[in-house]
Design a protein around this ligand. Structure first.
Ligand code: DI6
Ligand code: FE
Length: 403
């Protein structure tokens, strides 16, 4: 990879500045070997860079490439029928009892070949790429056998061979109790979630470990057993916590120094200091809030007051958040959760990188970080959250290449 200086742009570095965007007008960004070597006002560009190739960006807005830190985008089938049924009055529970819900996706995922899973996932990835995304997290959780959970993560990793995106994989076997373990959640944890994690980690397929801590998922005691195995394997944890009820999942996650606790609509403000102390990122998933017509908001004031970093992600999945647009998630975070556009962009750059343990490499335009940037047809970074949908991406910078 070569060297290049990108000039004539408005850079939102996401570092410092009164507005939180770290804006630099008429910026220059010097890139070499895939990393940022220098960033600042063009007028201050040191002499040493004078003979490097220069490329002007016509005054465009440049931000760090976006990061979707919570997705379930590898899955078989779809649940559009269920959407229609719900609009006709059927409840999520009734649908599940009739064989729908997560279990229907598990059936379709098990029935699909690796190639079919990959082919179905790529258009979802393409949608995210069109929103300037360069890093995605993908969870297992629709296989629910050791072999099928591992298959999901292998397919997720394969995405990197087909698209210009970095993939982080998360073991989420503790997502739902499959039919064959009905009423035996503990046995499922013992026979699938824990030994499968060990095997998947052995194969190098796991970057982090997640669980669904919920009345319709797993108890804190069951999640704790999975977390103990993660800890023994040296893997970081994260948790679907307080999405539908308050089981104190966020406190459990904080106890294990979790990278993130996600959803959090039912989080008790009293539990926020524990998250702050452990440096756990609060991941906001407004797509699920919207699709489930939730009305209880996450406790923003308490999260802000205690300085808990907040990220925003799509939760892209076939049931509760069929949303492959991170920019739309940012818009929803502002409109539904009253986040500011600056908080939303911080939530899909700096804080999303933190939620994936990639804070040293991604999320800001700073010397030493990877040169993965998004170039926008937008006059100001507020615009990225303000404008609902549409194609705002002008191109991506990856290393010394602008495409
Ligand atoms: N919370 C969610 O919102 C998704 N998983 C989870 O733990 C729902 C997944 C689905 O309905 O397929
Ligand atoms: Fe999720």
């Amino acid at each position: 990879m070569g060297k290049r200086v990108f000039t004539n742009c408005l850079a939102a570095t996401m570092v410092g500045g009164d507005d939180g965007y770290g804006l630099i007008v008429d910026a220059a960004i010097a890139v070499s070997d895939g990393r940022i070597g220098w960033v600042g006002a063009h007028a201050d560009l040191p002499e040493d860079y004078a003979d490097w190739p220069h490329q002007g960006l016509d005054g465009a807005l440049v931000t760090p490439a976006l990061i979707d830190c919570h997705t379930h985008l590898v899955f078989g089938g779809d649940r559009s029928q269920e959407f229609a049924l719900r609009l006709n009055g059927a409840s999520y529970e009734e649908i599940a009892r009739a064989g729908g819900g997560i279990r229907s996706t598990v059936g379709a995922t098990r029935a699909a070949s690796d190639g079919e899973l990959l082919t179905a996932a790529l258009p979802r990835v393409d949608d995210l790429l069109a929103d300037g995304v360069a890093v995605i997290e993908v969870k297992s959780g629709y296989g629910l056998t050791v072999a099928d959970e591992m298959r999901m993560l292998r397919v997720a990793r394969q995405i990197e061979q087909h698209r210009p995106v970095r993939v982080r994989t998360t073991w989420l076997a503790a997502h739902a109790i499959p039919e064959e373990f009905e009423g035996e959640a503990d046995r499922y944890i013992d026979e699938v979630a824990i030994p499968g994690l060990e095997q998947a980690a052995d194969e190098g397929l796991v970057d982090a470990v997640d669980g669904f801590c919920e009345g319709i998922g797993f108890t804190p005691a069951q999640i704790r057993r999975v977390f103990e195995k993660a800890k023994a394997l040296g893997l970081p944890v994260k948790l679907h916590a307080e999405q539908l009820s308050d089981l104190k999942g966020a406190v459990l996650a904080a106890e294990y120094g979790a990278l993130s606790a996600d959803h959090l609509e039912y989080l008790d403000p009293q539990d926020v200091p524990a998250m702050a102390a452990s440096g756990t990122v609060a991941v906001m998933l407004p797509g699920a809030f919207y699709a489930l017509r939730e009305t209880k908001m996450p406790p923003f004031d308490a999260l802000s007051e205690h300085g808990v970093p907040m990220a925003v992600a799509t939760d892209c999945n076939p049931g509760s958040s069929p949303l492959p647009s991170l920019r739309l998630a940012m818009n929803m975070a502002c409109t539904l959760f009253r986040m500011t556009p600056q908080e939303a962009l911080t939530g899909t750059t700096l804080n999303a990188a933190k939620a994936l343990g990639l804070g040293d490499e991604y999320g800001t335009i700073e010397t030493g970080k990877r040169a993965e940037l998004a170039v926008w047809n937008a006059p100001h970074p507020n615009y990225l959250s303000y404008w609902i949908g549409g194609q705002l991406l002008r191109g991506r910078i990856s290393g010394d290449t602008f495409v």
